[in-house]
Write a protein of this length. Structure first.
Length: 147
């Protein structure tokens, strides 16, 4: 049996991120959440939308995670950049076909050496609550998250 690297993403860790994020959302009594996990190239590894979450939540979760992984900036940093340099984020969104949602809830996943492993996007409640729930999921999977 191949020994698993604790810092690499695999489907078991991806499922843990989603499950623990949703569990934290229930514990915090949040509105129904949707969670997506992307790899370092921005490709979808998994997505789950809770009952009661609107169908448009896939695009929002994806946009939060996609911006994080493609820019190497977590959602909070993207939001700050958008507030300070709106023209830059508008240009970035043009480059990426309008797919970037620069708000908290886009969690950048790194290993302990700083290498980007992917990103998580959480949506459904306030952006800060989305980020808090998602960070719990990331930490439960033994990964490092930046919100």
């Amino acid at each position: 049996m191949k020994k698993e690297d604790p810092l690499q993403m695999n489907i078991r860790k991806v499922r843990t991120i989603i499950r623990k994020t949703l569990d934290k959302g229930h514990e915090m009594d949040l509105k129904p959440l949707s969670v997506i996990v992307l790899d370092a190239g921005g490709h979808v590894l998994a997505f789950e939308r809770e009952d009661g979450a609107s169908p448009g939540r896939f695009a929002i979760a994806h946009g939060k995670a996609y911006g994080a992984v493609m820019l190497g900036l977590a959602g909070t940093a993207q939001m700050n950049r958008a507030e300070d340099q709106a023209y830059f984020m508008a240009a970035v969104n043009g480059v990426f076909g309008g797919q970037v949602v620069p708000v908290p809830g886009g969690i950048l996943l790194r290993d302990k050496k700083g290498v980007v492993l992917g990103a998580v996007g959480v949506t459904g409640d306030t952006s800060d609550n989305d980020a808090a729930a998602g960070l719990t999921g990331v930490e439960a999977a033994g990964l490092v998250g930046e919100i």
